[in-house]
Write a protein that binds this ligand. Structure first.
Ligand code: KG4
Ligand code: ZN
Length: 335
């Protein structure tokens, strides 16, 4: 059978990315241009700046990916692109580029959901076995997704307020750490002790939903109260305590859902999957579960990239999913 090559474009937030993936599994080229430096001084992603960067960088990453692949456009089978969710102005740049490329080269166009991409990043390192459960933790999402087969997504739990990464970034900000704060809190947490008592939001009995805004407020209040009393709070200990609370809830709910849904695999996905504490806590928890395989992608495939969009795009393409020239950016796209 002929090999399949999919070129994918991802511009949903602050990474401009282009990748080419063979047969939905093998990375041929994976180019990511990060804009973090431009957003840092604003303490977060500025949508207008993000769009402008995408416009400047997209042709650069596209050319680099094509060059690295040593393929020509005739070798490609389809163009995949993130259609949502994300920042509308950022998504528009990728969607329009993908449409132009598909039209000019006479190639099929496949719109991909960003979270489906994060989940399918795992297909680049392992063979997926169904049914499976994916824990998606990123700057914009915290979801437990049940998949009984390919391209079937059932959200069994989600955050009711802040996403896990958002909570990390907000707590980091109150500690005076630069954006994005997740990796800084992760590092501090490993230098401290979880000695400060912080809440865990378990929500109602049996719920797979999450809530992180109460925890975030508790961290802010702890800092505020200490300041008023003239006491010193050790930032390492606060980071360790915050991280312990986040991880305990994520791991416990993931384990409970994996058992209840009798899954063969548990996949970790999204930017917060880069968290060292979360990775090792999941590994420890699942090491005792011989019948459930835990898959954790390397850091470069956890944060936003286009290889994951190509992997998900390949599954959609094989299913016959096709977008047309009316494809639009959809910032609130549902999984
Ligand atoms: O998936 P991603 O690259 O972009 C979104 O789709 O949101 O995730 C970015 C998020 C940020 O909130 C960042 O702080 C968080 O992932 N993050 C981390 C770590 N590395 C990145 N959070 C905790 N620990 C980390 N090591
Ligand atoms: Zn993402």
């Amino acid at each position: 059978e002929k090999d399949e090559y999919i070129l994918a474009i991802e511009t949903s937030c602050d990474e401009t990315a282009c990748a080419i993936v063979k047969n939905g599994k093998e990375i041929i080229a994976n180019v990511v241009s990060s804009q973090i430096e431009s957003h840092k001084r604003f303490g977060g992603v500025v949508p207008e700046i993000a769009s402008r960067h995408h416009v400047e960088q997209l042709t650069v990453v596209l050319e680099e990916a094509m060059e690295k692949s040593a393929l020509s456009f005739e070798d490609l089978d389809a163009i995949a692109v993130t259609e949502g969710p994300g920042l509308v102005g950022a998504l528009l740049v990728g969607v329009n580029a993908a449409k132009a490329l598909a039209f000019a080269q006479g190639l099929p166009l496949v719109g991909v959901h960003h979270i489906a991409g994060h989940i399918y990043a795992n297909q680049l390192i392992a063979e997926l076995k169904f049914p499976l459960l994916a824990l998606v933790v990123s700057g914009g999402h915290t979801e437990l997704v049940y998949m009984k087969e390919h391209a079937s997504f059932e959200v069994i739990g989600e955050t009711l307020d802040d996403a896990a990464g958002e909570a990390y970034d907000k707590v980091a900000r109150t500690l005076g750490l630069p954006y994005p704060g997740g990796p800084h809190i992760d590092r501090l947490a490993h230098e401290g002790e979880p000695s400060i008592s912080l809440p865990r939001a378990w929500l109602e009995e049996g719920s797979y939903n999450f809530s992180f805004s109460g925890l975030k407020s508790a961290v802010i209040n702890t800092l505020h109260n200490a300041k008023q009393k003239g006491e010193e709070i050790n930032p390492q200990d606060l980071a360790a305590s915050f991280q312990e609370s986040v991880i305990e809830v994520l791991v416990t709910k993931t384990m409970r859902a994996a058992e209840q849904y009798n899954v063969k695999q548990v996949l970790l996905a999204g930017g917060v999957a880069a968290n060292k504490g979360l990775r090792s806590a999941l590994q420890t928890a699942f090491s005792e579960k011989k019948d459930i395989e835990l898959i954790i992608p390397p850091l470069s495939l956890c944060t936003d990239n286009a290889a994951m969009i190509a992997a998900a795009g390949s599954v959609m393409y094989k299913k016959g999913v096709r977008s047309n020239m009316k494809l639009n950016a959809n910032p609130g796209l549902e999984l």
